[in-house]
Design a binder for this molecule. Structure first.
Ligand code: ADP
Ligand code: MG
Length: 470
């Protein structure tokens, strides 16, 4: 990188720090991200999906502004996993991140956006450029039905599937299509987190009526990442009422989550029953042919000619999720524009060498982590922290055990990924679960807001494993 680039990156970093504040900059950006300025976009390299998702959800606006200010033009910002950052964060920083995540559920310390503001916000994704293949056909058809029929015969529509498989794309696509086809309809698009924050705020400020009216009068309520409601008992009850009110009025609810309703630990039973009473569809990783179509489409969108063998090479090697697939494509494009040669197979090999050998296990481990934490109603940050409550310890041990069993990662690698833990901690965790399994009567216990739960270790592991292997 030449000095100009270094200079620009420093300036962008400063501008981001100014906007988010030094404290947050230190927690989320310093040592956690690596900015790379390309011809027509800015890449934000992040150590893992969780941190990438958090930064994107909370600070995308500030990053966009900072880049536009320094480069003098609006520039597309993309997030991608940077293998070099993986494991590079210090324990202290991970702890601060963990604390930040748990505090964010407390609305008094969080900046809030209201639903009314959302109305003026344009949602990014459209159904028209959603590539349909065998693994998402059902979800796509259901989405189209919701757009075409104000009253479907299924309510709610619940879409679940792994990270980066296109759930948000579908949900926002539905909202945009409804706005276009039925402009008189009122839709509300919120994340589970926003719904929770708004509810808690309404409760605290005695404005529950306004909150209820706002949500219950919608023709279409779309809630993304609904697993966030796990472990929030009062919010769940309120949501159930909201849901019933909308359903009784023959209006539609659409939701998305990382996990099947029954796999979201700490959701109340009545809510789970409600969720599965509608239509539950799963999105799986796209097959090879679909991955190729997605890549061709993306290449078209950024106006780049990519030779067919290169498309196939990327599709063959990156099969986890669509976000990674896009990241790999952009990496090859970036590589070509730096070297100023047209894209060739050998260039793609070179550009993706690290990516292909190193990101696979990382993505896999974050999948495991997200399955386990969702089940227990925790966040990955809880598991990364040093807290030792019964539930967190159990979740941490299970995630470590499953990581060892289902990835090729070593004990030290797993420890480093899961909050810079010592390899001995990982070995102990694995041994603990092994011992439990040897004694088949063994029951594990954990806490939920609605009380104490317990399960035999074997069926518990089977349940978790069935979700990991999508
Ligand atoms: P999720 O919400 O499931 O984590 P997103 O909807 O955020 O995933 O998708 C991640 C990225 O992949 C987005 O840029 C999205 O546009 C893209 N993507 C996912 N699935 C598809 C698809 N079938 N066709 C086109 N783009 C897709
Ligand atoms: Mg999403």
């Amino acid at each position: 990188m030449n000095t100009d680039c270094v200079d620009i990156v420093d300036k962008i970093n400063d501008a981001v720090a100014q906007r988010v504040g030094q404290q947050r900059y230190k927690i989320w950006f310093k040592n956690s991200t690596r900015l790379i300025v390309e011809d027509d976009y800015l890449k934000v390299g992040v150590p893992n999906l969780f941190i990438g998702g958090w930064i994107e959800n909370h600070y995308a606006g500030q990053i966009n502004e900072a880049v536009a200010q320094i480069l003098g033009r609006p520039t597309k910002v993309i997030f991608a996993i940077d293998p070099e950052l993986f494991g590079s964060q210090r324990r202290g920083q991970l702890d601060s991140q963990a604390e930040c995540v748990s505090r964010s559920t407390n609305p008094s310390v969080r900046q809030r956006r209201t639903l009314t503001e959302r109305k003026h916000q344009t949602l990014r994704y459209k159904l028209d450029n959603y590539v349909v293949g065998s693994t998402n056909q059902l979800a796509y058809n259901a989405a189209r039905t919701v757009v075409a029929e104000p009253r479907t015969h299924f309510n709610p529509l619940f879409i679940h599937g792994g990270c980066g498989l296109g759930k948000t794309h579908l949900l926002q696509g539905i909202c945009n299509a409804v706005t276009k086809d039925r402009p008189e309809s009122h839709f509300g698009y919120v994340s589970g987190e926003e719904f929770t924050n708004q509810f808690v705020l309404a409760l605290k400020t005695g404005k529950l009526d306004i909150f209820r009216n706002r949500f219950r009068q919608l023709d279409l309520l779309v809630i993304d990442d609904v697993h966030f409601l796990a472990s929030k008992k009062a919010t769940q009850e309120e949501f159930l009422h909201t849901f019933n009110a909308i359903d009784t009025a023959s209006r539609q609810v659409v939701m998305a989550s990382d996990a099947h309703p029954k796999m979201i630990g700490q959701l109340s039973e009545s809510l789970v029953n409600r969720f599965v009473s509608g239509m539950v569809v799963k999105i799986e990783s796209p097959d090879f042919a679909t991955r190729c179509v997605i890549l061709r489409q993306r290449a078209g969108e950024i106006n780049k000619e990519i030779p067919e063998p290169v498309i196939e090479y990327i599709s063959e090697n990156i099969h986890g999720n669509v976000r990674e697939l896009e990241g790999a494509l952009l990496k090859v494009v970036a590589y070509a524009s730096l070297s100023r040669f047209p894209i060739t197979m050998s260039m793609a090999h070179e550009a993706l060498e690290d990516h292909i050998t190193r990101t696979d296990p990382i993505v896999h481990l974050s999948d495991i982590e997200s399955v386990v934490t969702t089940f227990f109603g925790l966040t990955p940050a809880d598991v990364h922290s040093s807290r030792k409550t019964r539930t967190i310890s159990l979740a941490r041990s299970l995630a470590m055990y499953l990581a060892r069993k289902h990835t090729t990662m070593s004990f030290p690698e797993i420890g480093r990924f899961m909050g810079n833990k010592n390899h001995a901690t990982v070995i102990l965790a694995c041994r603990k679960i092994d011992n439990l399994l040897k004694n088949c009567q063994q029951v594990v216990r954990w806490e939920t807001p609605s009380g104490h739960r317990e399960m035999h270790i074997e069926p518990l592991l089977e349940k978790l494993e069935s979700t990991i292997h999508r």
